[in-house]
Design a binder for this molecule. Structure first.
Ligand code: ATP
Ligand code: MG
Length: 611
């Protein structure tokens, strides 16, 4: 027998999609306040939003008649025509308040200035009470108590208070970046944990407040237009990358979204400039006529569908690429392309090193590169019949850190099949080790290689004793990584302790780092903490604890490694090579990049057109 479901059940079903966790309710309330033209939005939560959430605004308010309607399903003031594509507000379904009211004890207090006094309405787990007068003077206040108390199964899926609060801070920060004119505050258990003062018409200032000056100081300005579509915002330098996609913020017509395909587009724009497993930081505002985008494709309005997705994709990619290319600080990508050339066998005959036209673009697979200083790569060697071996030896004597004769002699014992990484011959640019092998040569990225070794060693310590060995800092370090980061870090303190990172709360919005994994030595603790928090925020709900630990370990080990730029002597270099040979998975760094490339003599001969 088929029957129509009662409204209470229908609302709960809708709530299942709209209200996944406290942060999603907060998102709906903030968006309602923005739609009501508020200039100040104050959020307070207690116990991760579980027992109490309140959003206060100074917007237009709701009159007595509309107040009763506002909690009814499919009742909205925001669709003025019957055209679902003509959406000019963040809301349009008339679904949020009835959904929230079906899974909580919700009270709305509001006043329309035209009314003599304010009014309030209460909805208790779907049961709508009569409206009553209230003392509210201006704007609207929505209070949500005991979310999901009628749905124990949902309640069970919530994470700890700290994690839920971190998510609330994160969504508030995200939405705020598109609305610099509006001030935001978040109070958590009575303590103000985030304050974003209004920054009238100054998006950059708001983004600086939300994401930190480290990003905005160096970010590249985006301003591109195609037909009726515009892309504005900021693209971070490729070198300012993160271990997760959490730094990619995308807005379509002012709406904060988490659209996988757009995130993919942003990543694609950085494709050959950021190593695999790392992600850019960018704040992208896409604006286009509302009829050209469908925002009604996702229950939490987190995704959109464009009429012409291809045009948007190329707009985003071209704008970001152009910004990166016009910036001189990104010359690091040169090396990436060069690596591609070394393993790239065809086309070698036309000597790619200085045949290139320097104006050509730095394409993904284009071997010709804009060498800024070709002389640097030019040796005085005559290209004659000199044997390849001899040529390498000659080249080596030109290198900055060629080894002394003694070292080379002893290292030659490594010139055997037992030692696939061969004998270290030189360090180039304080970054790469060049080794001679039985039948060719190997170039090793010392940082990438060492990073892998550090990771494997930390893993081994954990396996042996259950924890990564830690060492106390002489002076504990106080770090203020932002409210959301503090939450998620403290939340994971026991887990981090297992990984050798001992932290504790330190007043408002700060943490104290007491001990660090011993193997890391001297390192940039602040950046390490920020990266770790980022990692945890991204993976908090979607990954198992063990998975999260792996991710954090990889991040930590990155900080324990020999940096590119540190001179190494022959013994150190050979020790590193022997270590790599003895370590599993040492061919790839923790971010998936190769740690070394091999060139057989045959390859080298091809490069010089001798084959
Ligand atoms: N903070 C507020 N200030 C003024 N009016 C509000 C506020 N919150 C809600 N309203 C009114 O209540 C109505 C219902 O809100 P609700 O969030 O349920 O639906 P919506 O915003 O219209 O659509 P959506 O379900 O997509 O969010 C709104 O259309 C608006 O008229
Ligand atoms: Mg709404």
């Amino acid at each position: 027998m088929i029957r129509h479901l009662p409204d209470s059940i229908i609302n709960q079903i809708a709530a299942g999609e709209v209200v996944e966790r406290p942060a999603s309710a907060i998102k709906e309330l903030i968006e309602n306040a923005i739609d009501a033209q508020a200039s100040q939005i104050d959020i307070s939560v207690a116990d991760g939003g579980r027992t109490l959430m309140a959003v206060d605004d100074n917007g237009t308010g709701i009159n007595a008649g509309d107040l009763a309607l506002s909690v009814e399903r499919h009742a909205t003031s925001k669709l003025n025509t019957d055209d679902i594509m003509a959406i000019n507000h963040l809301g349009f379904r008339g679904e949020a308040l009835p959904s929230i009211g079906s899974v909580s004890n919700m009270t709305i207090m509001s006043r329309d200035p035209a009314d003599e006094n304010g009014w309030m309405i209460n909805v208790e787990y779907g049961e709508v009470k009569a409206i009553e007068p209230s003392s509210r003077q201006k704007g609207t206040r929505v209070v949500i108590e005991h979310l999901f108390a009628n749905l124990p199964a949902r309640l069970k899926f919530l994470k700890t208070d700290r994690t839920e609060t971190a998510q609330i801070l994160d969504i508030t920060r995200r939405i705020s970046m598109a609305h610099p004119n509006i001030g935001f505050t978040v109070t958590d258990n009575g303590r103000q944990s985030m304050v974003l003062p209004p920054k009238p018409d100054d998006r950059r200032a708001r983004i600086r407040d939300a994401l930190g000056a480290e990003f905005t100081d160096d970010a590249l300005l985006l301003d591109a237009k195609r037909d009726q579509m515009t892309l504005t915002g900021f693209a971070g330098l490729p070198t300012f990358n993160k271990p997760t996609t959490g730094g990619i913020h995308i807005y379509v017509n002012g709406r904060a979204i988490r659209d996988k395909s757009l995130i993919g587009t942003a990543r694609a724009a950085y494709a050959d400039t950021i190593p695999r497993g790392r992600y850019p930081v960018a704040v992208l505002f896409i604006d286009l006529p509302s009829v050209d985008v469908d925002v009604n494709v996702h229950p939490a309005k987190a995704e959109v569908r464009f009429k012409d997705a291809g045009v948007i994709r190329s707009l985003v990619i071209n704008a970001i690429r152009a910004a990166i290319d016009s910036d001189h600080r990104t010359s690091g990508q040169l090396g990436q392309t060069a690596l591609g050339m070394a393993s790239h066998q065809s086309g070698a005959a036309r000597s790619p090193y200085w045949g290139g036209n320097s104006s050509s673009s730095r394409g993904v697979s284009q071997p010709s590169v804009d060498w800024q200083n070709p002389e640097r790569y030019h040796t005085s060697l005559p290209i004659d019949d000199m044997a390849p071996q001899a040529r390498l030896a000659e080249e080596q004597s030109h290198s900055q850190h060629a080894l002394s004769g003694d070292d080379t002699a002893s290292a030659d014992t490594y010139l055997a099949a037992d030692y696939p990484l061969g004998a270290a011959k030189a360090q180039l640019h304080k970054t790469y080790i060049v080794a001679e092998t039985e039948d060719g040569m190997v170039i090793i990225d010392q940082h990438a290689a060492h990073e892998r070794l550090v990771l494997e060693r930390m893993k081994a310590q954990r396996q042996e004793s259950g924890v990564v060995n830690s060492q106390a800092l002489l002076i504990p370090e106080v770090i203020e990584p932002g409210a959301a980061a503090v939450m998620v870090l403290l939340e994971h303190a026991p887990m981090l302790a297992e990984l050798g990172l001992i932290i504790e709360a330190f007043g408002d919005g700060a943490i104290l780092v007491r001990e660090m994994p011993a193997i890391l030595g001297q390192t940039n603790i602040k950046q390490l903490i920020i990266d770790t928090a980022e990692e945890l925020l991204e993976h908090d709900s979607s990954h198992s604890l063990e998975d999260r630990m792996e991710h954090v370990l990889a991040t930590l080990s990155c900080y324990g490694s020999v940096r590119a730029g540190r001179p190494l002597n022959a013994n150190e270099m050979n020790a590193l090579l022997r270590d790599m040979e003895a370590t599993p998975r040492s061919g790839q760094c923790n971010h998936g990049r190769p740690t070394f490339v091999t060139l057989s003599l045959a390859d080298v001969e091809k490069l010089f057109g001798r084959r």
